[in-house]
Design a protein around this ligand. Sequence first.
Ligand code: CU
Length: 159
Amino acid sequence: MRHFIAILLFCPMLSWAGNSLRVTDAWLRALPPGQPNSAAYMVLNNAGEQALTIVAVSSQLAQRVEIHESRQQDGMWRMQAQASLSLAAGQTTVLAPGGRHLMLFGLKRSPREGEQVQFELTLQGGEQVLVTAQVRGFATGGEHDHPHTINLQDSGSDL
Ligand SMILES: [Cu+2]
């Protein structure tokens, strides 16, 4: 730890150039084979003094990753893709079931419980942040089969 701090002190440009995005508690669910899509969740914090914007996300696990927002509309849950996700200075945004999430399209394989999946977040300005997400246990009762329109009565609260 001391060594790490010393490096930061001697290279202040490094810590700033390395951006101010802090990502914690990144996870996604394990899935049975054959599921084409999934979603990932995490807590994003902008520890810097300037706003930052995530403009793209990619993952080794999926062909395409989008930033989505789930909204309840006329009794149905709908997901909407967002072109970017901005964080004001000091802001924390939680990506969680039922709200914003990262949508993974075209899974190359099924995420298994306990494994780790890498995500790459691209910030406006071109910086890239690597995130390691933990795969958690199976969803039960089809709570997150993730069609783009979900009937509330058919889905659990944990969308
Ligand atoms: Cu989605």
